[in-house]
Design a protein around this ligand. Sequence first.
Ligand code: 48H
Length: 257
Amino acid sequence: MREIDITKGIVESHVKSLDKALQSDVVIVGAGPSGLVAGGYLAEKGYNITMLEKRLSPGGGIWGGGMGYKFVIIQEEARQVLEDFDIPFSRYGDKYLSVDAITFASGLIYKASSMGVNIFNITVCEDLLVREGRVAGVVINNSLAEINHLPVDPLTLEAKAVVDATGHDHDVVRTFSSKNDVRLNTPTGKPVGERSMFASTAEDAVVENTSEVYPGLFVCGMSTAAVYGGYRMGPIFGGMLLSGKKLAGLLEEACSR
Ligand code: 48H
């Protein structure tokens, strides 16, 4: 056994994955439930899907359940997504399913990556690549450079479409809107800001507002609330799953344009 062979194995495998990501069909920023679902459905159909996650662990806001109580609730309407991603669940009353948060997060990550999503952790999207009035890719960096405020220049990935799946932060849309003189497809032309809790309205709005917010730039999941002014819903996740599923359909259409 030679240590250098282990190192070569890691370096060559990583570079191969990164090379595949350089010209992606779609780059999804954020590996929470909505992004993982959208990415999984698209990768399964043969699209080249790259996912960027700034933390060490993908899974976003799933892991903590509700205030650290380790289950989340999902509406019956989203049952098909759980089945497509092989996530075990139990019935809770007539309308709901309860899912162990740890099984849910790890199951979505495993299934999305086995469907073909190319996930890069410890990788932050710090900016967008913009060309002739449309978003054409992402500007990425190692999260450790960002966390430590190191002056490390980034790299770039091209994509036919980019998704802000960064949750409450709506990091991609926020940065894009603040750095450029652009009008988003929102009532104010800017991110509107998230509202307080009102679960049923919030869940419908997340799916409704899953859309293209600027040419080449899409939003899904919780970032739709911040971008379009939706309410929050707490630890119920059906809207996130259905948003991801809707987004997969929109992106298929966008990639074939
Ligand atoms: C790379 C980034 C960047 C960046 C952030 O928050 P998430 O789980 O996202 P969703 O929208 O799929 O799910 C939301 C859900 O978890 C939730 O918070 C709910 C239902 N809240 C309701 C309520 O009322 O509170 O995941 C987003 C991911 C995270 O893992 C971030 O680390 C990551 O995106 N991320 N990754 N580059 N610039 N910004």
